[in-house]
Design a protein around this ligand. Structure first.
Ligand code: NAP
Length: 259
């Protein structure tokens, strides 16, 4: 379990659009991720049956992973119902995030009570869209969240302007969504020769290069690539180990990504 202020640097597992209610697939992916050392999985009520599939896939191995999930509703009654379902599935929620800032001011008081009671470990807040970053910064500055989830990859660096410096200043743990650009960054892959300078960093594939690019920013704690493939989950886990990339290697990844 991850209890200290920082969560990483580690590779986690995203669950948006991957299991489609297929519980056998979820068990295979989650099992492979845990076997490979992944210790955090991110989900949300927005992702349909992903949360319940994740819970069943974690059965018997719940103690091996932290669950980061979300409250996604403007209604306090529905928010509490979402948490009640999550507690039934997971027992405890290590990181409870307000999804896309929806009614974050209204949810905070009751979520803080739940944290006080120990049913929630940390509180977090998320958004994917740059026009919402000012409000995300306001939420971060409230001093009532311990984690922030934001998008970051070599072709989407908008979080570097305001959010990452702020997270560092305030001591918030950073969870990176869309580290592979929703798969877009994998469409055109560099050759083995182009990746050669990254091999001494333990990088064997383009996906690993992209994940390590994000994790090598010292302000980043967790990247949460989503995958429906046990093989990809195993490979992604490999990006979560040092040595981390320096400025030269990060610049190489940026060039290879066409950034
Ligand atoms: N507002 C929010 O809070 C918010 C918004 C967006 C995302 N998120 C979270 O962030 C997570 C990640 O973002 P995302 O799912 O949008 O995009 P992503 O993780 O950047 O990309 C996912 C895509 O990458 C592919 N992939 C993963 N590992 C691979 C590998 N090793 N080799 C080749 N392809 C690979 C997956 O396909 P395969 O299935 O074929 O592996 C999938 O199509 C989400 O699942 C969710 O948990 C949160």
């Amino acid at each position: 379990m991850l209890e200290e202020r920082r969560l990483g640097p580690v590779v986690g597992l995203g669950t948006w659009n991957t299991f489609s209610g297929n519980e056998r697939l979820a068990a295979e992916v989650v099992g492979a991720a845990l076997d490979a050392g992944i210790r955090l999985a991110d989900s949300s009520p927005m992702y349909g049956p992903a949360e319940s599939s994740l819970a069943r896939a974690l059965a018997g191995r719940r103690g091996e992973a932290s669950v980061a999930t979300k409250i996604w509703t403007a209604s306090g009654v529905e928010g509490r119902a979402q948490l009640a379902r999550q507690l039934a599935w997971f027992g405890r929620v290590e990181v409870e995030q307000v999804h896309n800032l929806v009614a974050w001011r209204e949810h905070l008081p009751w979520l803080e009570e739940e944290r006080e009671a120990g049913r929630i470990g940390r509180l977090g807040v998320t958004h994917y869209a740059a026009p919402a970053f000012d409000e995300l910064a306001t939420a971060m500055r409230s001093g009532r969240f311990e984690t922030v989830q934001l998008p970051l990859n070599p072709r989407d660096r908008r979080s570097e302007e305001l959010l990452l410096p702020l997270a560092e200043e305030l001591g918030l743990a950073v969870i990176v969504m869309r580290p592979l650009g929703e798969g877009e960054l994998l469409r055109r892959r560099p050759t083995a020769g182009q990746l050669e300078p990254l091999r001494r960093f333990g990088i064997e594939s383009w996906a690993q290069a992209l994940l390590k690019w994000a994790l090598s920013d010292p302000r980043v704690d967790v990247v949460i690539p989503a995958t429906s493939s046990p093989e990809h989950a195993r490979a992604n886990a490999g990006a979560g180990r040092p040595p981390w990339l320096g400025p030269e290697e990060r610049a190489l990844v940026e060039r290879l990504a066409g950034a």
